[in-house]
Design a protein around this ligand. Structure first.
Ligand code: ATP
Length: 231
């Protein structure tokens, strides 16, 4: 479904991504890991169209996305939940979700299925954004993206700055999300959480792939070594 082939990405003269390839099939979850500055967010931007690839190809459903604007990629079924959980703070949880479903593709996601994936949101459905905890806001941001029925959900650092107990709630939703056929590309610094939910893991170091394997074959130590370039 998603296929990156030898992708380079530049910010002006600075090359942030060097020849990255990956393949993600329908319904799979891939965790992209690496230290700060490794290039994970840049890679998500290249998939969502916020940045163009300066070399290589990004293909989605067999189509080359070169020259395709971010809104066209959303229409094709790619949704990004950026770092920092930007929700509409003056709206309730339910209203935020409805906004996400405004121009929806056909698919399994609606208010009922989002509330099934995130029971904590069902309990808070009438609560306004400013009165939500960080984790509740994060869950709302993911739920809002799901309401559009993306084929591919891009999640950037969903657990960043959240209390462990809330991270657990959010991670419990990920298998539910995949079980409904939604493909997930997850950027995550929490190695244990990532290994627990992902089918595949890929680790970046200074914009290059240093580890790529089925999650079941990888240990925390393997990932730690790859983070620091020890492999
Ligand atoms: P983090 O966890 O800190 O977000 P990351 O792995 O997502 O890290 P990126 O944000 O993709 O890393 O950054 C990759 C590299 O690109 C870093 O060296 C960073 O300094 C550089 N970079 C990121 N954004 C820009 C920008 N707008 N202009 C120039 N360089 C940038």
């Amino acid at each position: 479904m998603l296929d990156l082939e030898s992708v380079d990405v530049h910010y002006g003269d600075f090359q942030a991504i060097h020849g990255i390839s990956l393949t993600l099939d329908e319904g799979e979850t891939l965790a992209m890991m690496g230290a700060n500055g490794a290039g994970k967010s840049t890679l998500l931007k290249a998939v969502s169209g916020l940045l163009g690839a300066s070399a290589g190809a990004v293909r989605f459903g067999g189509h080359d996305l070169a020259g395709t604007a971010p809104h066209e990629r959303v229409a094709a079924g790619i949704s990004l939940v950026p770092e920092g959980r930007r929700i509409f703070k003056s709206l309730t949880v339910e209203e935020n979700l409805q906004v996400g479903g405004y121009s929806r593709r056909p698919g399994p996601w609606n208010l009922t299925s989002v509330f099934e994936a995130f029971p904590l949101l069902a309990e808070r459905r009438g609560r306004i954004g400013t009165h939500l905890s960080g984790g509740e806001q994060q869950a709302t941001a993911i739920g809002r993206a799901l309401m559009a029925n993306p084929r591919l959900l891009l999640l950037d650092e969903v657990s960043l700055g959240l209390a462990p107990v809330v991270v657990k709630d959010i991670y419990q939703a990920l298998p539910v999300i995949s079980s409904r056929g939604t493909t997930v590309l997850l950027v995550e610094q929490d190695v244990s959480q990532a290994l627990a939910v992902a089918d595949h893991v890929q680790c970046l170091l200074e914009g290059r792939t240093v580890l790529e394997a089925p999650a079941a074959t990888v240990t925390r130590d393997d990932v730690a070594a790859a983070y620091f370039g020890l492999e």
